[in-house]
Every structure is written in structure tokens, then in C-alpha cells.
Design a protein around this ligand. Structure first.
Ligand SMILES: Nc1ncnc2c1ncn2[C@@H]1O[C@H](COP(=O)(O)OP(=O)(O)OP(=O)(O)O)[C@@H](O)[C@H]1O
Length: 601
């Protein structure tokens, strides 16, 4: 295909202002003749296959090949009108020996210099511990090519805290530690960071983390909480706690529409179990829901449900691994927003728990979820599992209540909308009640008409924007009143968001909102996407994390952050989540795909 692209560029002037990925917009590829011909009709977009940077464990020649392919792919996102291979490596009239050199010459980020600069830059802002965290992040994302060069240049900054901590702890202010010892201590600290739980240690840190609560304080909180529960909530609470305290396992589904207090119950159950010194694992099917749970994580990270699932899947967990030991020790597993996940995920957890729990008692292999008490929750009216190309029956089939394990499920219900009690103003209460009734009736399909899965829904006048001259500004004024006065307020952005149906609208809203935020805009070019425009950010602008980076610290897909620093090679942001305000996340700029700006959900 490349040869044909070079040939077409030689032959036709009309494609020389296009990158390789843009070429299909004006040309079509004739498979038979292996030639690009000017397009007569229609419009198509092109796509460059993803090429990983390489895996260090692979032998040398293979690394070279993958690394070069990776850099060539990056150059192809910007080079236009190439007529031969060496044109791709030619920058400002000079032909470089390798694609990697050409790419560095072009000023695109992502060579190892960037990481050294980034660590040095952030060294002025963050602590040594935070730098170690950043280094581990670079390691686990396999972004660096010459690990030893980055380590040699950065280890002193990374070990900055260690000497200070030792001096403080031992009260020896002039204590000295030799270079090699300091390096080793720093490596030990790095080893203790993410995934440390999977490394052999004398104690299982995962279990220690889950037991790291003040039992006495929790006991007191639990007593207060019990007084707050409504009758039906108390009934749910007691049934589940009864199961936690007995040998008979329980598999429950807590069903209730929005606002009936499911999250409220999760929090109370967590306190109840932890106040007894027992382990509860809180998982949710997405990052946002996970943030609402105490110590919550996404299901993909807690019981390690892999992202690629299939019917026969079991969890990739050795019976004697620390994760398996944690699952074994857990007395209760809470899994929120269950309807969003494919039934195969629950079936996989069921199989794995039967396997893990049969270690002590073979009879557990016969019990659902190996005898562990598990509570799923969520509203089937909300988002269901996404089945690619699937029709209604496929989606229904993917649902947890279509699974064979559903036969063992004890369905509990919450029916009273507790959100209505949030306001003490009667007029507001009535307004909320009407809105809730309307939303529920849409979920039940009562107010809708139409065939083929398409429905017409009438939206009440007061929920619409009537300003037709500048509707976006009206929307922003409504959702983010006094935007500029609230920019420093961590919670302001946590409580609101604008939903948009397409990525185009998202971009449009973002661009407009960014223009309203004062300060200098900084643009970061992406080094691994075909988009021409990179990410534009300003200090103070809210962003949403698009990856699970450090779930234990609440840095997971969906976490909202505020940008605090825009460096040449790094971006820092603080967490907006109530319990996690103050966490600083440091990102290497070349991984722009970690972030998405502003008001998106
Ligand atoms: N017993 C209670 N006493 C006081 N407030 C309560 C009680 N139960 C629930 N609430 C409050 O009602 C509101 C809705 O509860 P919650 O968010 O737990 O509902 P939910 O079922 O999880 O809703 P959704 O499905 O929309 O996430 C929250 O503000 C919560 O604090």
C-alpha cells in the first residue's frame, strides 16, 4: 500500500497535501491493480493500525523492528506527499538514518528525553514519592525505550524523599546514605507501588489495605446509621448482614430505580462489615459509580474481570495468589451498576470464586460464588450491557438476569424515592416528584410510542432551552452559573456535567467552554493519534481521566480532576472527588489519551 501511495503522489498533484491516513478522502485503492485512483464519488476516512512501541523482553532485532514501525506510524500522521520511503525520514531537507531520529527532529514528543525532562520538571512541584509513582506509570505503560538512560538521569530525584524520611524517622539530621544504597532503597519503594500486591511479600498488602480502618470509629458510625435507615432499607440491610454472618451464602440483587437509596445502602453495608473487622469489596461496573463507593474500584480491577470477555472465561487468578487470598478473605462483595455488564462477567466471577473457595472446603465448589455473599445492584431501566451490532434479544440475553446463576438470586427491592426528601421546600419537592415520575415512566415505556425500538418522548417545556440565539451559552449559564468565580472550587465541577450525544457536540461544547476560562491556552500535540489538533488545556480547567491509572487512589476512568500545572513535558492535576481532593496526578504529555477535557460524561 505504501508503494502505491508513493506512486500516486508522483502521478497526481491532488493528493500531495494529504497525510497517508487522509489519502482515502480523495483517492480509492484498487485492490486488483494495487493502485490509488482519484475518487469519483463519496467520501471515506482512513485509519492507521495501532503499533505498540515494543516490549523490552523481546529479543533485540524484534524490538528494533517494532520500535521503528511505531515511529514510522507516528511520522505518517504528519508527513504529506511522500514519494519514497526516505521522504518519511526527511525533515527540513535532511534525511535521518532512522524513523525515531526523524521523529525527534520533527519535535514530536515521546523520545526518552521527554521523560527525563518531564521528571525533572515535575521534581520542582512534586515529592519524590510522586515522582516514583510517575516512573512506575511510565514503566507499566511501556512508554520508555531506554529505561536505563531514564533511570540513570532521574534516580536522584526519585529518591529525594527517602533520605529526608530516614533522617526524620531516626532523628539523625546529618545522616548520609551511599549512592548505591539510596538507589536500592528507591527501587524497593518503586516495587511497593502499583501491582505490588502481585509480588511475593511476607504479608498480603491487599488484605492489609482492606482491613486498614478504624474499627471503633466505624462501630459508632454504624450505630448512628442504623437509626437513619427506612424500614425497607433496614430490611435489606438486615437480610444481607445475616448472610454475611452465617455460613449460608447469599446471592442478592438489590433492585430499585434511581434515588431509592442503593448507593446509600452500599455505604452502610460497607461500614457494617468493616466495623466487625471483616472485608468487604466494593466494585462497580464503571469508574464514576466506583467513586461513589467507599474504597470502590471498577469491577475490572477488583475481582479482576478482564476487558476482553467470552463465555468460557475464568478469571486469571492463581489459587494461591494475593488476589485470590483477598477474594477468599472477603465476607461481602458489592457490585453496583450490574446491568451494565455482560452476564459472562458474573459467570466468570462465579466460576473463579467456586474454584478459589474450594481450596478450604470442596463443597464450596457447588455453591454460587463459592459461598461468598455477593450483592449486585442497579436499575435495569438505565444503561444495559453494550453488545456490538446486537439487537434487542442479544442485549436481553447479555443481561445478568438471563444467566443460569440468576436462579439462585434473591431479589430485594427498594421502592421509596429518597431523593425527593432532599428538598424541604414543598414546591421543589413537587417539582422533583413530577420529574421522577416522568423519568420512571419513560424507563417503563409508558409515555413512549413508536416501533422498531425508536420512540418519541415528549420533553416538558421547562426542561428545554428556549433561547434560540445562543443556546449553548444559556445551557452553560444554567449548568455552570458564575463559571469564572467557581473555577477554583473543587466540588463545583464534581456536581455538574453536560451530556452530549456525539463526539462532535462534545468537542464543540469543550471548545466553547475553554474559551470562557481565563488564562493562556496550551496545546499539546499527540504523538500517537492521527488527529491533527492536539489537546488544548488551561490551568484551572476541569478534565476527566479516561483510563484506570491508580484505582486505589481514586484515579480511574471517569475521575474528575482540575489542571494545576501545564509544563513542557508534564501535566499535573488535583482530584475533585470529595474524599480524594489533594491527590496530584502527574501525566507525561505524550499520553494525551489519558485525559479528556471539561464537562464530558
Ligand atoms: N435513609 C436515608 N436517609 C437520608 N437520606 C437518604 C436515605 N436513603 C437515601 N438517602 C439519600 O437519597 C439520595 C438518593 O440516594 P442514592 O444516591 O443512594 O440512590 P440510588 O438508588 O443509588 O440512585 P441512582 O440509581 O440514581 O444512583 C441521596 O442523597 C441519599 O443520601
Amino acid at each position: 500500500m505504501f508503494v502505491a501511495w508513493f506512486e500516486a503522489n508522483r502521478q497526481y498533484v491532488g493528493g500531495r497535501d494529504l497525510t497517508y491516513a487522509e489519502f482515502p478522502t480523495r483517492f480509492t485503492y484498487e485492490k486488483k491493480d494495487k493502485q490509488w485512483q482519484p475518487r469519483k464519488l463519496g467520501y471515506q476516512i482512513g485509519r492507521l493500525h495501532y503499533t505498540p512501541i515494543g516490549i523490552w523482553e523481546l529479543y533485540y532485532m524484534r524490538i528494533l523492528l517494532t520500535v521503528e514501525l511505531y515511529y514510522m506510524r507516528i511520522l505518517l500522521t504528519v508527513k504529506k506527499g511522500c514519494m519514497r520511503y526516505r521522504c518519511i525520514k526527511t525533515i527540513n531537507g535532511h534525511t535521518y538514518g532512522t524513523f525515531q531520529e526523524a521523529r525527534s527532529a520533527l519535535g514530536l514528543l515521546d523520545d526518552d528525553r521527554e521523560f527525563i525532562d518531564g521528571i525533572t520538571e515535575i521534581g520542582e512541584l512534586g515529592s519524590g514519592h510522586q515522582l516514583c509513582w510517575l516512573f512506575v506509570h511510565l514503566l507499566t505503560t511501556r512508554t520508555m525505550t531506554s529505561l536505563d538512560i531514564v533511570w540513570d538521569a532521574a534516580w536522584q530525584l526519585l529518591s529525594d524523599d527517602i533520605l529526608f524520611e530516614r533522617r526524620k524517622r531516626l532523628n539523625i539530621l546529618d545522616m548520609r546514605i551511599g549512592g548505591d544504597d539510596l538507589k536500592n532503597m528507591c527501587l524497593i519503594e518503586i516495587e511497593m507501588l502499583p501491582n505490588a500486591a502481585d509480588m511475593p511479600t511476607f504479608t498480603n498488602r491487599l488484605i492489609i489495605d482492606e482491613l486498614n480502618f478504624n474499627k471503633v470509629e466505624l462501630e459508632k458510625t454504624h450505630a448512628d446509621i442504623l437509626l437513619m435507615l427506612t424500614d425497607e432499607q433496614r430490611c435489606v440491610h438486615d437480610k444481607i448482614m445475616e448472610s454475611v454472618g452465617s455460613d449460608d451464602n447469599g446471592f442478592f440483587y438489590l433492585y430499585g430505580y434511581g434515588g431509592t437509596g442503593k448507593t446509600f445502602i452500599w455505604k452502610r453495608l460497607s461500614v457494617a462489615v468493616r466495623s466487625k473487622g471483616l472485608i468487604v469489596l466494593n466494585a462497580a461496573s464503571n469508574g464514576i459509580a466506583a467513586l461513589l463507593l467507599p474504597g470502590g474500584r471498577t469491577a475490572h480491577s477488583t475481582p479482576t474481570v478482564p476487558f476482553e470477555i467470552n463465555e468460557a472465561l475464568s478469571l486469571t487468578m492463581e489459587k494461591d495468589s494475593p488476589r485470590a487470598d483477598l477474594m477468599h478473605a472477603a465476607k461481602l462483595i458489592i457490585w453496583d451498576e450490574a446491568p451494565m455488564m455482560h452476564r459472562w462477567c458474573f459467570e466468570a466471577v462465579d466460576r473463579s470464586l467456586r474454584d478459589i473457595m474450594s481450596k478450604n472446603d470442596p463443597l464450596n465448589a457447588l455453591k454460587p460464588f463459592g459461598g461468598t455473599t455477593i450483592v449486585l445492584g442497579g436499575d435495569f431501566r438505565q444503561i444495559l450491557s453494550v453488545v456490538r451490532g446486537g439487537m434487542r434479544p442479544d442485549i436481553v440475553d447479555a443481561s445478568v438476569n438471563s444467566s443460569k446463576i440468576w436462579a439462585y438470586c434473591n431479589v430485594l427491592r427498594l421502592t421509596v424515592n429518597m431523593r425527593l426528601g432532599a428538598s424541604s421546600v414543598p414546591a421543589e419537592q413537587e417539582e422533583i416528584a413530577n420529574f421522577c415520575k416522568w423519568i420512571v415512566s419513560i424507563g417503563d415505556g409508558n409515555d413512549a410510542s413508536g416501533d422498531n425500538g425508536e420512540m418519541k418522548v415528549e420533553i416538558p417545556e421547562d426542561s428545554l432551552i428556549s433561547d434560540t440565539t445562543n443556546p449553548l451559552m444559556s445551557l452553560i449559564d444554567f449548568v455552570y452559573p458564575d463559571l469564572n468565580d467557581n473555577l477554583g472550587d473543587q466540588l463545583f465541577f464534581q456536581e455538574r456535567g453536560i451530556l452530549a450525544p456525539t463526539l462532535d457536540s462534545v468537542e464543540h461544547v469543550n471548545e466553547f467552554m475553554m474559551s470562557l476560562i481565563p488564562g493562556e491556552e496550551k496545546e499539546y500535540l499527540t504523538s500517537d493519534s492521527i488527529f491533527e489538533i492536539g489537546l488544548k488545556l488551561k490551568v484551572g480547567c476541569p478534565v476527566m481521566l479516561m483510563r484506570n491509572i491508580d484505582q486505589a487512589n481514586g484515579l480511574c476512568n471517569g475521575t474528575r480532576l482540575t489542571v494545576t500545572h501545564l509544563g513542557k513535558s508534564t501535566i499535573a492535576a488535583t482530584g475533585q472527588s470529595l474524599s480524594r481532593v489533594g491527590v496530584i496526578f502527574l501525566s507525561p504529555c505524550s499520553r494525551m489519551d489519558n485525559f479528556m477535557p471539561l464537562s464530558l460524561e
